[in-house]
Design a protein. Structure first.
Length: 385
């Protein structure tokens, strides 16, 4: 890459990092460039269709500054979070700012069903926003282990998929654009790192307690996926007797298992709770079977936290997912973990809650799209016609 091409890419990245449209003079200062060089780079970006004028700002007496921003017609990105209970989708600008978002109940009839549903959701959202902008990339959060070598997803019983499947190809064919996929808890960790409770942390763990349970591990700022993408599959650890079986229907510490256990009991005063929220409300009210089930859940999650502390030694543990922010679960799990870990790090609720994985998927797509645009900007020197 020539020095001139590098300069064009640098100015584009700087503009993308700006929270608002910027003038050429401001970009020159941000990039430590001479004004003529920065001005020429902006002109080149405009000729490539990457940057457009975005209004003016009054300066000194009688002076105004023309402002520039990424041309909205450059493209859009999408994020999808496929969960065991709900699927969320959003269409955003390249920076990751949400333009349209939706949530539906997950069609848990296997990989093909969730691929079709996800593609429909993205297509529906695209129809609501800028029609002239192409979809550049879609980031997808998926339950299960994502093999980094080929994108194959395995261990996804929460969506009715018992065998490994190729979600990457299924979605790429339906969306007709670049698709990136990763495990939902890995992306929850990236979401918290990007916009949530982990912005000031370098080494932390997100424990997501939703339909299933998993952990996303970040060490010195880098997400740990493992050789086969299975890092953080904490429910596979033999913490209980009998241990969790990998091909069983649900994680034994997840919401689906809790509801099954509640339905199997016959000692409810009125009837078994229909939702996990209702189960925790009954526990808070002192209903004996609910108290027993919630205490068992706190025991399992507390053991998971203690195990991760022993292995990772994090600065903090974040609890995410549909259950992760529940006060009873957090307080109970901390009490259990302290029995095993004398110097327990802070255990905090997620700031992003159930949207953490979607935020991570959007961030993954945004970073990829930004790199693509910077590469495009660097491909043509400033002096080219």
């Amino acid at each position: 890459m020539s020095a001139e091409s590098s300069t064009v890419a640098t100015v584009l990245r700087s503009l993308l990092d700006c929270p608002a449209p910027a003038s050429r003079g401001e970009l020159a200062a941000r990039c430590a460039l001479s004004r003529p060089t920065a001005f020429a780079a902006v002109d080149r970006l405009m000729s490539l269709g990457l940057v457009a004028q975005a209004g003016q700002r009054a300066g000194g007496p009688g002076r105004t500054a023309t402002l520039y921003d990424l041309d909205p017609r450059v493209g859009l990105i999408a994020g999808v979070d496929i969960g065991g209970s709900n699927t969320r989708a959003a269409v955003c600008d390249v920076r990751g700012r949400v333009l349209a978002e939706t949530r539906v109940t997950t069609d848990a009839n296997g990989g093909g069903a969730v691929a079709r549903q996800s593609a429909r959701l993205v297509a529906g959202l695209l129809a609501k926003v800028e029609p002239d902008a192409p979809l550049l990339v879609t980031g997808v959060s998926v339950p299960g282990v994502v093999d980094p070598r080929n994108g194959t997803v395995s261990l996804a019983p929460n969506i009715g998929q018992r065998e490994p499947y190729d979600l990457l190809t299924l979605l790429t064919e339906r969306l007709g654009t670049t698709v990136l996929i990763d495990n939902n808890v890995n992306l929850a960790a990236l979401g918290e790192q990007r916009q949530g409770a982990a912005r000031e942390l370098e080494t932390f763990v997100v424990v997501s307690v939703g339909a299933g349970v998993g952990a996303g591990i970040v060490h010195r700022g880098t997400l740990l996926r493992g050789a086969r993408g299975a890092a953080g599959e904490i429910t596979l650890a033999p913490l209980r007797t009998p241990p969790h079986v990998p091909d069983s229907d649900v994680d034994d510490a997840g919401a689906l298992a809790l509801l099954r256990a509640a339905a199997d009991r016959d000692d409810w005063k009125v009837r078994a709770p229909g939702t996990v929220l209702e189960l925790f409300e009954l526990a808070a009210a002192g209903e004996p079977p609910a108290v027993e089930l919630v205490e068992g859940e706190c025991q399992r999650v507390g053991e998971i936290i203690a195990t991760l502390c022993a292995v990772v030694d994090p600065e903090a543990i974040l609890l995410a997912g549909g259950l992760g922010g529940n006060r009873l679960l957090l307080e109970g799990a901390v009490r259990v973990a302290r029995r095993f870990v004398s110097d327990l790090p802070p255990v905090l609720p997620s700031k992003l809650g159930e949207r953490a994985s979607l935020v991570g998927a959007i961030g993954m797509a945004s970073e990829h799209a930004t790199a693509q645009l910077a590469e495009r900007a660097a491909s043509v020197p400033i002096g080219s016609p």
